[in-house]
Design a protein around this ligand. Structure first.
Ligand code: AMP
Ligand code: GLY
Length: 424
């Protein structure tokens, strides 16, 4: 079978690596891919938002399965374009990807169907938002409605901060039209957990849990990023939490989307906050998490091609997911300055130390391969170094050990990924 993966991050590297293990995968392409993906897949120089070009490529190469990794093309309707061309594609259509694409939509859906989430208000008028902030409780959370690379969420401790936030999102339009509408939301406290799932429109299959570290700096300081590291499983995702989410969140979300005429096929990523009053949904994503995927897929035993096909065919009820009884930790190596300004183009060394190892992985995010075969830094998040171990502590020790194998100028990482493990 010929497979095309659309995307260029660490998530897509992990997907390509996992797909390459399937006996069904004869040839894998990745558009546009990156320096590490090139090891398993032929990288094709077509951007993820060039839907017509991608569909034409898939037709020309007789691709049997296309997998969309990223949120932007999904929310922009790439699946609809591929389906119209009669191509087999894994991911939600545009009318279902809105679960991630519009926070106002997802909040209204949760309210309508009784899915537990933070209290909220939606505003399209900055003056009304500011008036509401006069009497609100603090801290409070402001969210741009649309996609903003995971950076459109502002936690505001004071009324003044919140007013400045409204200006940033709605008037200065720091995230463009994503801020035309904002969600103003109750601030929740607790442990955060990421839960990924496969969905075929009706049936949902939950993967193992993971925890992300969104802030740029140690001690959860600094700006929000796409994610600086992950571990899986989360020791805080207990059987009781799982039972609650199965009863009140997971299937209910799938059923709600169907009831709205927005059948969801693909990945639903539940961003959960485990509050003192029980789990609450912070957000939905319509795709694999990044870097959650880098700790979840190395623990998954199933053939990923089979699971994708079951989602497309509506036969997921016949699939049972299996995960190894181990743990994984991923530490992101970034360019110093990320998520703001950073330099790129520096040579990366030490990658060969991962070759042939089955418990250490290096997934590339912002890297590129030069014509003479060198690998250079090419983005904010450069590499994800993952290790598996018998338990979380062993995996963490090994992941940090492996971060030392890699060098590049301006290498930056957090030193406290998985600190929460010690508190479990
Ligand atoms: P989101 O993109 O909605 O997941 O938000 C990004 C991050 O902001 C989350 O991972 C949380 O750390 C934080 N966050 C979002 N919503 C809330 C909330 N209601 N209360 C507290 N923190 C939040
Ligand atoms: N790591 C969080 C995300 O993928 O949105």
């Amino acid at each position: 079978m010929k497979i095309l993966v659309v995307g260029s991050g660490g998530r897509e590297h992990a997907l390509v690596w996992k797909l390459a293990q399937s006996p069904k995968a004869e040839k894998i392409y990745c558009a546009p891919g990156n320096g590490g993906i090139a090891e398993y897949a032929e990288c094709v120089d077509i951007g993820a938002m060039e839907f017509e070009k991608l569909a034409a490529f898939a037709k020309e190469k007789e691709i049997d399965l296309t997998v969309i990794g990223m949120d932007d093309p999904l929310c922009g309707g790439i699946v609809d374009v591929f389906e119209r061309e009669g191509l087999r594609v894994f991911g939600p259509r545009k009318n279902a990807a809105i679960l991630e694409g519009s926070k106002a939509f997802s909040k209204d859906l949760m309210k309508k169907y009784g899915i537990p989430t933070a209290d909220y208000q939606v505003f399209t008028d900055p003056t009304e938002a500011e008036a509401y902030l006069e009497t609100a409780k603090y801290p409070i959370v402001l969210k741009a409605d649309g996609l903003a690379l995971g950076k459109g969420v502002l936690i505001c401790k004071t009324r003044q901060e919140a007013k400045d936030g409204v200006k940033t999102l709605m008037l200065d339009k720091q995230f463009g039209s994503a801020g035309d509408e904002i969600v103003v939301e109750e601030f929740l406290t607790g442990r955060e957990v990421s839960v990924l799932s496969f969905v075929d429109g009706k049936t949902i299959r939950i993967m193992t849990s993971a925890q992300d570290h969104k802030r740029a700096k140690d001690g959860d300081q600094g700006l929000n990023t796409g994610g600086m590291g992950t571990f899986s499983p989360s020791p805080f995702y207990t059987p009781e939490v799982d039972a609650f989410c199965r009863e009140h969140i997971y299937q209910k979300t799938v059923d709600a989307m169907r009831a709205e005429g927005r059948e969801f096929k693909g990945i639903i990523f539940f961003g959960l906050m485990l509050t003192a009053d029980g789990p609450r949904v912070l957000e939905y994503n319509a795709r694999f998490g990044d870097p959650e995927t880098q700790v979840v897929l190395p623990r998954m035993k199933n053939d990923l091609v089979d699971v994708f096909e079951a989602c497309i065919d509506g036969t997921l009820d016949q699939v049972e997911l299996e995960f190894a009884d181990n743990a994984a930790v991923c530490v992101v190596l970034a360019s110093d300055g990320y998520p703001e300004k950073y330099e790129k183009g520096f040579p990366i060394s030490g990658l060969e130390k991962f070759a042939g190892k089955t418990d250490y992985f290096v997934f590339h995010a912002g890297s590129k391969r030069t014509a003479d075969g060198r690998i250079l830094t090419n983005g904010g998040r450069v590499l994800g170094v993952t290790a598996t171990g018998r338990d979380l502590k062993e995996a963490r020790r090994k992941a940090y050990e492996a971060t030392e194998w890699i060098s590049f100028e301006n290498k930056y990482m957090r030193h406290d990924i998985g600190k929460a493990i010690d508190e479990a």
